[in-house]
Design a protein around this ligand. Sequence first.
Ligand code: FEC
Length: 315
Amino acid sequence: MVNRRVGVLVMSYGTPESLDQIEAYYTHIRRGNPPSAEQLHELKARYEAIVGGFFPLRENTNKQVKGLEETLRREHSEVDFVCYQGLKHAQPYVEDGVEQMVKDGITEAIGVVLAPHYSTMSVGGYVKRAKDKANELGLKIDFVLDYHLHPKLLDALCIRVEKALEKFTDVNRDEVRIMFTAHSLPEKILEMKDPYPEQLLATSKAIAERLGLTNWQFGWQSAGQTAMPWLGPDILDVIQTIHKEEAVKNVLLCPIGFVSDHLEVLYDIDIEAQSLAKELGVHLERTESLNTDPLYMETLSDVVFTKLEAETRLS
Ligand code: FEC
């Protein structure tokens, strides 16, 4: 008997493949408006500081897509799962992934984003593009919208917090301020009753409860430099304030909104936040990124399979 064949569209942010592609990538992020020479120079300098010609997000996404396919096939061998990549701002774009599935004769698919928390401006954007293309080509597709409280995701994050706390050898762990972080978004999402801030807080609380953490808070990172206000407080301001007003000398950053090593982690935390911490005499550490952690791969496999089962029951 031939197994049921299901395509999985694995969507992620995307990154350039070389330094000379940064301009086109940035222009795409800015919805077709090229950046000024100054903006481009500033972004190139950030990539140069982390990559030296190598873009970690590309390889991490490739490995995550492969890891998810292997996990799905191992855990659910009754279905012939085939994973396709669809990127938001680089090739292969979300639409390319959908098109490839159709070319390969896939007729039913599930979409999932490599970001656990839902926002209309993040996951909602990926889903809309994939849905539009799938409708145009007649592909049946459904989507996982979030998985921020999945027990295996929480396990993976808790293990990382525990491991990173071990780096603070000369203080009691209650003296370390743990700050959960995620990418900021324009404040206007609050008027739209967007679930993003609430979901991020729910993940933070769940980790804190499981580990019995008492000294923790949430902070936003990587806000865009635009005229409109972005969600705050920004982690750089928080580090300064808690150092000045509460004499905090030990900080652990846990970027729960990201699942890979990439610019926003390797530059915004490891270089920018770390250099501020050094200047202030604060001991700052960060939890390791999930990348291809088997617990993360199992989380994704589980939410994809559960969505497929729910769809099967409905149809
Ligand atoms: O390593 C890499 O090459 C890419 C790292 C990267 C990730 C990422 C994830 C998210 N972003 C989110 C929202 C926004 C909004 C804007 C925006 C702009 C940028 C720029 C770069 C960039 N983002 Fe990003 N983001 C990454 C990189 N992001 C580079 C442009 C320069 C800058 O502002 O720093 C503003 C766009 C606009 O002008 O309208 C909004 C969100 C996520 C997490 C969810 C996800 O992964 O989709 C939300 C990784």
